[in-house]
Design a protein around this ligand. Sequence first.
Ligand SMILES: [Fe+2]
Length: 268
Amino acid sequence: MKQHGKRARQEGAIKHTEEKEIEILPLFATPLMQVQLDLDLEKLTEFAHELYENTNIPQPAGDPNTLDFSQSIPGKPWYQRTLQNTKISLSVPGKSSNKGGWQSNHDLNFEKLDISKENHEEFIRLKKEIHQYLQIYHTEVFRGMKFKNNVAQKLTDIWININEKYNYNEWHIHAYATLSGTYYIKHDGSIENGDISFRHPVNQLGVLHWQPDEIEACNTVTSGIVTNRPRSNMLLIFPSWLEHKVEANLKNDYRISLSFNSVVSPII
Ligand SMILES: [Fe+2]
């Protein structure tokens, strides 16, 4: 990598000065894909409600901060879907009543209720869209990688989240997956309905590597945390190793999202 010239700027991959060509490589980048879909939200909301009504799955009880997601089933490590690796207190009223929301596909024993085979028409459309954008992410972001076989991103896990008032998700990553994402079935686009935040892989970036007194504003390279404001029909795709959390829903109405994991898998 050449680093010459006086007028290098960080937003482009290659810039030219009068004398030298320079390259700036976004090493170890963690790109976030965001796309607005046009699916029928009413039908998808109905679908989520049907699942909620028709499945009797024990949900995590009590303060979500006390949940232990650090164990996995021998021989089936993929059941360890989520690592809750940071404990931070909820800073809104109602903490004691927080049940962490409803999720469609697992219980405290990590027994899986696979919704991926559901044949609801709009859900099938949504899965097709997710497949398509996972593959675009793969092709664009993982360009230059060499695989032993022809591969595509394959959904391994897909589940619905219904979050009532004060429900939230703490900082976590999605273990045993390559790409993860969230699609918002019901989010009114307000901060009170809950933002999603992503944390820089370098812990304490702002304290250890910058002089906070000198910073007026950060950008997406230098921020310790980047927050995204969701809205209905928005699809987000990001590397599964990127830590994220979902703020509490402070509205009386519920929030519905659908999350998923994927890995590379040979094309048969
Ligand atoms: Fe997540």
